[in-house]
Design a protein around this ligand. Structure first.
Ligand SMILES: Cc1ncc(COP(=O)(O)O)c(C=O)c1O
Length: 458
């Protein structure tokens, strides 16, 4: 673009009003919500950085496609548009629609996982891990050790440690359900995976004759990082990089709510028809007929257009740079953030920011409640609360990273919103020593972060 200013490749045609309610009301709201930001009402929130999932702004092309949708139960034209767009972008010949990412995990795991199996990955996302455990299998984390050092500046911190992976494959021969590479690695701070690492993981999978899948929710952002950071890819198009990435795998699960720029949807991509055909009956059982999979024709059309907009380089540049801007400004303000800045979010290191709060009192989750009361901004914890309990010992898992994620919806907020986030965090920094940790007043049994309630530790 020939400019250092980060200029979006779109202008705004339709807006949604937001309102900052007074501080006394925010304090009442978060107390009523049991100090859990998931239990707030959306109307009580000024800037919602809970997630980049399903919170994207759609384009006029997507809305126009929605109007043309075919809502036929079976064989809808909208399915053909959806399937053809995904096949073109990913190279996967077979595509099964599902209503969101975890539904893809559910269907695939019913086919691929048997009790006691092992599923290695580079830090599985929480729903992925919960589905693996629900099938009575064992998720094994093979991410590189540096992923746990929030200050380590590595270009591809989402990479799998090949030695750890090979050891896991060797020790569990005949008992591996599949290997999963999450691109970018959400639970590791939105960090990308290099093409080299993808290639090497794929070779190991071939050597051990196991299936290799991607959790591809943020595949386009991953491809953009490869273009920016990996030698030999600087002059390749995002589409070519995406094709190459997927060419090394047997398939993918996809939450289209991220890089396909929609509000709902997902799919499973398959290289081989036999596996697709094994998944179809479970798709029908859990999601619906294989030409709609829990989605309306409208949703299928929005994905067909969105997946192509999601791989536009101008869009990706703006997207990644907006997130980077927020991260750098927070860093300048002396807030400890995960480095390098990830693709979809800035992760504040809660343990470093609130060192007086022990990990079992959820420092990063505590910070989300404080940030909301201070500013009306909603962030989310990715740490000890999210990690849950070990199913065997029932003890709290103690992940190395305990982070507060400021997640940026796509094409939604402006630079001024980012500046407000920075100002709000500065205010909290000034009084952070007086912030008290939290304990459960109610602990929900499954995916506990959504429904649990808390009180302050006095
Ligand atoms: C990496 C990753 N995988 C899977 C999922 C699950 O997708 P969904 O929320 O659409 O069920 C998410 C959601 O945030 C994710 O970030």
């Amino acid at each position: 673009m020939g400019s250092d200013i980060n200029i979006p490749n779109f202008k705004i045609k339709s807006i949604e009003a937001i309102k900052l309610i007074p501080k006394e009301e925010r304090i009442k709201a978060i107390e009523r919500a049991g100090l859990n930001i998931f239990l707030l009402k959306s109307d009580e929130i000024f800037i919602d950085l809970l997630t980049d999932s399903g919170t994207n702004a759609m384009s006029q092309e997507q809305w126009a496609a929605i109007m043309r949708a075919d809502e036929g139960y079976a064989g809808a034209r909208s399915f053909d548009n959806f399937k053809n767009a995904i096949t073109e972008v990913t190279g996967f010949p077979c595509v099964l629609p599902v209503h969101q990412g975890r539904a893809a995990e559910n269907v695939l795991d019913h086919v691929l996982i048997k009790e006691g199996n092992v599923v290695p990955g580079n830090i599985h996302f929480d729903t992925t891990e919960a589905h693996i455990e629900h099938r009575k299998a064992i998720p094994v984390n093979c991410v590189i050790e540096e992923a746990y050092d929030s200050a380590a500046e590595l270009p591809f911190k989402g990479n799998m440690d090949l030695k750890k992976l090979e050891k896991t494959l060797e020790e569990n021969k005949g008992n591996i359900a599949y290997v999963l590479h999450t691109i970018t690695c959400n639970s590791g701070g939105g960090q990308p995976v290099s093409m080299q690492n993808i290639k090497e993981v794929s070779e190991l999978c071939k050597k051990y004759k196991v299936l290799f899948f991607f959790d591809a929710a943020r595949f386009a952002e991953n491809a953009f990082f490869i273009k920016q950071r990996e030698k030999g890819y600087e002059n390749k198009s995002i589409q070519d990089i995406v094709h190459e990435m997927f060419s090394y795998s047997d398939g993918c699960t996809m939450s289209a709510k991220k890089d396909a720029l929609v509000n709902i949807g997902g799919f499973i991509g398959f290289r081989r028809k036999e596996l697709y055909e094994k998944c179809v009956p479970f798709g029908i059982l859990f999601e619906g007929f294989p030409t709609y999979g829990g989605l309306s024709g409208r949703d299928l059309e929005a994905i067909a257009v969105g997946i192509n907009e999601g791989i536009q380089e101008e869009y990706l540049r703006y997207r990644v740079k907006q997130v980077e801007y927020l991260g750098k400004e927070l860093e300048k303000a002396g807030i400890p953030v995960m480095k390098p800045i990830g693709g979809h979010a800035v992760f504040v290191d809660g343990k470093k920011f609130l060192p007086h709060i022990p990990q079992e009192q959820f420092p990063s989750h505590t910070l989300t409640a404080e940030l909301y009361a201070e500013s009306g901004i909603r962030a989310v914890e990715i740490g000890t609360l999210l990690a849950g309990r070990d199913p065997k010992t029932e003890k709290n898992k103690m992940p190395k990273l305990d982070l507060m994620r400021l997640t940026i919806p796509r094409r939604v907020y402006l630079r001024e919103h980012m500046d407000y986030v920075v100002e709000s965090m500065k205010k909290i920094k000034e009084r952070k020593g007086s912030i008290k940790g939290l304990k459960f007043s109610f602990e929900s049994p499954i995916l506990r972060h959504f429904q649990s309630r808390f009180e302050r530790v006095e």
